[in-house]
Ligand binder design. Sequence first.
Ligand code: PMP
Length: 398
Amino acid sequence: MSLFSAVEMAPRDPILGLNEQFNADSNPKKVNLGVGVYYDDNGKLPLLQCVQAAEQQMMEKPQARGYLPIDGIAAYDAAVQALVFGAGSEPVKSKRVATVQALGGTGGLKIGADFLKKVSPDAKVLISDPSWENHRALFTQAGFTVESYPYYNAARRGIDFDGMLTALAAAPAGTIVVLHACCHNPTGYDITPAQWDQVVTAIKANKLVPFLDMAYQGFGQGIAEDGAVIGKFLASGLDFFVSTSFSKSFSLYGERVGALSVLCQNADEAARVLSQLKIMIRTNYSNPPTHGGQVVATVLNTPQLRAQWEQELAEMRQRIKLMRQAMVDKLKAAGVSRDMSFIAEQVGMFSYSGLTKPQMERLRSEFGVYGTDTGRMCVAALNSKNIDYVCQAIAKVL
Ligand code: PMP
């Protein structure tokens, strides 16, 4: 008997498994629509001009790499607060937001989850059905019981908003509710501003704890539009959590740049919350890495680079929209009779295509077109060269 002889093999990550299958596929026409990564029209992962310019600036004044403070680069945290809550907004001015630099959006979620487990150990966590796979795993790993609220109705091919509201109304006080601030992953369906108002009202009435996951700010309708939900929660007077990711919006996936912000009632509370978040960080990885945070802080805090970023982000957003509309048109042209216009109404990187598991399997085995078994496809990986092939393949399996 060794220490590890009883250790079980954990199940493979479904998306990474799909990637391995894709890499092993010898079909020259293969297209990977599995992973959540934005590729440009040449099928390349972009390196944004604003990022290159910031790195150039940084190289011109080379800095030694000391430890960062536990909560990260101060200018980075300030830029995140300005982006999420508004520059010079009331909560920022009154210092009632505790913000820490985190290892991507995932890191922000995990620091928040670990902190919540301390302040609210018996609370349950509700995530959307379906949700990003890691939500359930991450909050479970932090020690919570995770359940779900209805979100997507496959039969109606849209959001089950009544089901969602009913679940929120039935949740016990203190329940932590994880919400996708914009660009819902995996479905691509967001609730409307008026529906957000109802969600905020239900959460407030029931004394629930909102945790907003903002992994795609700027990928849906625009930076301000995608962030508008924050204003609604602010106006409600609730305390809430926001995790931020710059993985997609800066195309800095591997740098692990994200943040966690906790909105508190006053500056004193925020200082105490911050001190606790720092313990979570200190005992996990001590302090964050320097490079990615410095790049993002430089871009966000330099007006000219900031403008360039907004322009490049808009280009990514518009290209995704173009691909969505092209998909609707090309599916129709390929003879698909069912109404596929919902693809152009969805937002963000993903589309729940409505295709069944057997249809997705056929797409893979016969055409080398890879999406998840749930029918999720990453429309941000479509381009002018592969879209005809993908649409013809989909038309054949439908
Ligand atoms: N939340 C959601 C909804 C996501 O889709 C993702 C990325 N796929 C994340 C969080 C994590 O982002 P990051 O890569 O920055 O950790």
